[in-house]
Design a protein around this ligand. Structure first.
Ligand code: FRU
Length: 738
């Protein structure tokens, strides 16, 4: 309920302040220079007792306001909400100019209300504590009575608004052009837009044939020399004029003039840190793997994709398929944002029995729409996942009680003959059941008081696996941004599932699928044939800690290699092991092998591969003998190195990346990461290197650590150092990967 804080009913003070070009003077509506809001009504708490004297406590520095004070809804931080309402006034000039800043989300805005409806609405051009001057053209409203409402109905990041100096004038003083339309009469299939990751986002609507096409895009339009270009696909509008409408542009901007039609989108695909055998988006930003499903010989990989930039945003489902889990074919994006929101993570299933009525064997995608709230939606494909039709009655699952309500992972539960959805619900996983993928009922909730809870839970999965002694246990995956070594990581639980409730076995939680800093949001493939029987997994080989900062240009970030999951014993209890799928061995393009190397002190392979291009696999089997530990150091001629230290006394693998190269996180203050080692008489080490990543699979996948590295040239030297006594390398194989 909104509390009316104060409402002082004074008539509007109309000050005549300056002169417009027609000679008429400006009329000041509010300058927020008093200690109270005067004759404005303040509701809620966000605007405080009166205009703020600039920056409020814990706020970034506010600038660009006029005089000494402004209306600032950061009282109580971003979560506080409130509204300022002006007394009624008559519109007597052609323009209404004002200064505005703060958040630009749907719930922070200033509106002009005429009669009972919103006649004009304004939001800051960019999320910024710097106020900018905007203006409304109110020529058509002269003589009408109006009120202004300054609204902060938002919680969370940028949930506040800043407003100052509202005046009526015969001159448009806006520093910003609104709804600027750029029209192209072209037969080319693409518009190329210049981008710079450091530029603020502009909101752009594609229009064709006089209608809006799709949801608006947020693009970091380059001013000056572009860093790279992104394509806007207009092929389907051939023959019609197409336009881009920019919601707000700085007057004097230079980016729009560079936008040009083009036959293709050419760029340097093989940039230095583009992996050679890991999946990357052709261009643009990528995060979570989504909708992985197998059908008719194809492994589908959908993924969180920004087609309009190499930073996170504009979430679509990108798409690729593979027939061998080695090579991936790019396909057009499969799901684009709509009025319900952008397309967040989710899953896909094959509806063999046509439970949803979209046709037997349809692929049904179940995903989160991230709009004013997060809701679950479905879409179906009857052309093997190439194109999807969104269900006409979306969303299919809504719960206004949750702000974080996302990442549905769905599977068919044979014994209870129902679809089961695992959904991340703030810091638990809620399970829902459905006969038809459309009507969902709540089954149970898991997670209170167990496992890691350092941040919101994301991207759950729930699936059965066989234990080494032939029992079935269920595995629950949950990703969160507070992993064992900081940053993003995926924890798991092992337990029972009866079709309703997941009951965890008593194990020393939290347990982690990967102890490195670059494996997040991974889930497993649906519909792998029973004759194959494997549980296949892929993760986003990155972290929210540094994902937007990695030194690549036209694309950002890769997936892990596809991995096979299994339950194995670590000598004390079951652990979820992961190893590269066996298909990866088929990518080796030769080997140099050594056997039975006795190491007392150090052993160095000075050149692992002649002409190493950065894509290789190194396999070692180490018999520690009397050694209390050993180090594996990968290094290059530039003096950069990546160190794996096996401390057998404490049972830890310690990985030091501080000197690994140009990673945003590789510096003196980077703490090493730790992973527990299972006790073993001999240790197997499998390292997959690919330009910018090292995936370490130890002891059959019982310990896994995936990390990013950005060496200025490939590591091509391996040094093995024995600690506390001599050891033997039973085998050492090095494979280039093609
Ligand atoms: C996990 C995540 C998901 C969400 C998606 C948005 O990395 O935050 O929870 O659906 O990314 O891109």
């Amino acid at each position: 309920m909104k509390a009316i804080m104060h409402s002082i009913a004074l008539s509007l003070a109309v000050l005549v302040t300056g002169s417009g070009c027609t000679g008429q003077r400006d009329i000041l509506i509010a300058d927020f220079e008093g200690e109270t809001f005067g004759n404005w009504t303040a509701e809620g708490s966000a605007f405080g007792p009166g205009p703020a004297t600039g920056t409020l406590e814990a706020q970034m520095e506010v600038s660009g306001y006029d005089g000494a004070r402004l209306a600032n809804s950061y009282h109580g931080g971003d979560d506080a909400r409130g509204m300022l309402i002006s007394p009624p006034f008559t519109i007597e000039r052609d323009y209404l100019n004002f200064l505005i800043g703060g958040g630009k989300g749907p719930d922070t805005y200033m509106e002009l209300v005429v009669g009972d409806s919103t006649a004009r609405i304004a939001r800051p051009a960019a999320e910024s504590e710097r106020l900018r001057r905007l203006g409304w053209d109110v020529r058509g409203l002269r003589g009408r009575e109006a009120t202004i409402r300054i609204v902060d109905n938002a919680r969370g990041g940028w949930g506040h608004i800043l407003v100052d100096r509202i005046e009526m004038s015969d001159r448009d003083k806006s520093e910003i052009i609104q709804n600027y339309e750029l029209t192209f009469d072209t037969d080319e299939p693409l518009l190329l837009v210049p981008v710079d990751d450091h530029a603020p986002e502009v909101r752009v609507q594609l229009r064709a044939g006089g209608r809006s096409a799709g949801a608006p895009m947020n693009i970091r339009l380059a001013q000056g020399e572009p860093a790279y270009w992104v394509p806007v696909d207009i092929a389907r509008f051939r023959g019609e004029p197409v336009s881009l409408v920019f919601e707000q542009l700085d007057r004097g901007e230079t980016g729009t003039a560079r936008i040009r039609p083009a036959a293709s989108h050419e760029f340097d695909y093989a940039e230095p840190y583009r992996p050679l055998y890991h999946f990357t988006p052709r261009h643009g930003w990528m995060n979570d793997p989504n909708g992985m499903v197998y059908k008719d010989g194809e492994y589908h990989l959908y993924f969180q994709h920004n087609p309009y930039g190499s930073l996170w945003g504009n979430m679509h489902w990108g798409h690729a398929v593979s027939r061998d889990l080695q090579h991936w074919e790019y396909l057009p994006d499969a799901l684009a944002p709509d009025s319900l929101g952008t397309i967040f993570s989710g899953s896909a299933v094959v509806d063999h029995d046509n439970t949803a009525g979209f046709g037997p064997g349809a692929i049904v995608a179940i995903y989160t729409s991230d709009g004013r709230m997060q809701t679950q939606c479905i879409a179906y494909s009857t052309d093997n996942g190439r194109t999807f039709t969104k269900y006409g009655h979306n969303p299919v699952l809504v719960d206004a009680a949750y702000r974080d309500f996302r990442d549905p992972k769905v599977f068919w539960h044979v014994p209870t003959r129902q679809w089961v959805m695992a959904l991340a619900t703030t810091q638990t996983v809620t399970l829902y059941g459905s006969p038809d993928l459309k009507a969902w009922t709540r089954l149970s909730e898991f997670g209170d008081g167990i496992g890691a809870h350092g941040s919101v839970w994301e991207c759950p999965d729930l699936f059965p696996l066989r234990t080494p002694d032939g029992r079935t246990r269920w595995v629950m995956l949950v990703s969160l941004n507070d992993g064992p070594n900081g940053g993003s990581a995926t924890q798991y639980f092992i337990g029972g599932f009866d079709g309703r409730t997941f009951t965890p076995d008593p194990l020393p939680y939290p347990l982690w699928i990967d102890y490195g800093r670059a494996n997040y949001a991974g889930v497993t493939w649906s519909d792998i044939p029973a004759s194959d029987g494997r549980r296949l997994f892929i993760g986003w080989m990155c972290s929210w800690e540094y994902g937007n900062d990695v030194p690549t240009l036209n694309f950002r970030n890769a997936m892990t290699v596809p991995r096979e999951l299994s339950l194995l014993s670590n000598g004390q209890h079951l652990v979820l092991a992961s190893m590269p799928v066996r298909e990866m061995a088929g990518m080796r393009s030769g080997a140099s092998s050594q056997r039975a190397i006795a190491v007392s002190g150090e052993y160095t392979v000075a050149e692992l591969i002649p002409g190493n291009d950065g894509a290789c696999e190194i396999d070692l089997t180490v018999d520690p003998g009397a050694a209390t530990g050993f180090d594996l150091v990968l290094s290059n001629a530039a003096g950069e190195h990546f160190d794996l230290c096996f401390d057998l006394r404490t049972g830890n693998l310690v990985i030091d990346q501080a000197h690994s190269g140009n990673a945003p996180f590789a510096n003196e203050s980077t703490p090493p990461s730790r992973a527990p080692l299972a006790p073993a008489g001999r240790h197997t080490v499998r390292l997959l290197l690919d330009k910018a990543s090292i995936e370490c699979f130890i002891d059959g996948g019982r310990t896994v650590s995936t990390n990013l590295v950005f060496p200025s040239e490939p590591y091509n030297t391996l040094t093995v150092k024995a600690a506390g006594g001599p050891l033997a390398i039973a085998s050492l194989d090095v494979h280039p990967i093609k």
